[in-house]
Design a protein around this ligand. Sequence first.
Ligand SMILES: [Zn+2]
Length: 428
Amino acid sequence: MSPARSLAVWLLCAAPATAADVVLVKAARLLDGRGGAPIAPVVVRVEGDRIAEVGTLVAAPNGARVIDLGGATLLPGLIDLHTHLTDKPGVHWEQALTTTTPGQAALWGARNALITLRAGFTTCRDMGPTWPYVDVDLRDAIEQGAVPGPRLMVAGNYVSSTGGAGDARQFSIYVDVPIVRNLADGPEEIVKAVRTNFKHGADFVKMLVTGAVLSKGIPPGSQQYSDAEIRAGVEEARRWGRQVASHAHGSGGIKAAIRAGVRTVDHGSDLDDEAVALLKGTRDTFYVPTLATSDAIVAEDSNVPASEVERERAIRVLQDAGFKRALAAGLPIGFATDAGVVPHGKNAREFVVRVRMGQKPMDAIVSATSLNAAILGWSDRVGTVEAGKLADLVAVPGDPLADITLLERVSFVMKGGVVYRDETSPRP
Ligand SMILES: [Zn+2]
């Protein structure tokens, strides 16, 4: 940048904001996402879509808008690393392929995005639609202001082996779904699938490295991609400067994914001691469990086939033990829900399950804010309440460190300086 241009940029940034651009958000306390002591009381000065200043005493121009949240606790906008926003609740993905259209997925995606945003989740990594690339369109529609929703990082079209967890052709051999081309076998086909995803707008790659609970393919405990196949996907994604998220339940697949250098091990159910040791030895791969799914899948109204409910019952025991192992080892644990399996907008149930299983409330909050931002590579814009970050703020009515279930009752949501929910401040 030339000296003249950098001076012009500086002057633009240094120009005082007019009162019309400034919003002061006041609350009883702030948990800023970094895990330190609360700031109480707190005032956050928002200018446009950014946070300008955070403190107990904050200057503001006369006439600035004030949002007084009273006794509420302010937090950074929450981040969910594993959603399926375009899934309609109660419709199995295999059924969706034969009875629905991409249009339905897009419209329900817009509805689910709004519900998720109003539940306090201002950023989501979406782990793949049933109809390929509908998530790319949803991300773009949100960015362009056509529909309200969280900031999205999207998978486009997940990559699965033939007969694997994501084999979308789990019908008679005579039935084809030509629009869904997500099967890749062998390193060469995987490289092609990764390239195809990025060409069509995906931000990262989701690889199914083991079987799944909600599938008729290979069992969840079995590794479905070979070590070489996973490595091929990771290496190709790296050439693009992108990440791989790996769906993995069984310990063999979990360890193969860690060794291959994936960014996240999603679900990570059978996380054994060796997997914990591997994770301790790397700073680049994170365990991202989805614990609240168990209750949702075995619920009577879940509409999940009996054979898959049985898969869940077996996995749950391993999953709970794996989480406790990770906690005991002090691993950083990413926060995710698999929303779509858990009802959209009920993402905060995951906090409640985690705390019930022994995680400290503050650690669960850090997971869903600054840690998740770091995992996404978005620490420069989201995950904490600090000057310079995007003005993504949520509030709950009381102290979530004393009662984690308050996160299920988010009363205020701001994303990029725009308010999407406010049930706390008094009406004028
Ligand atoms: Zn999922």
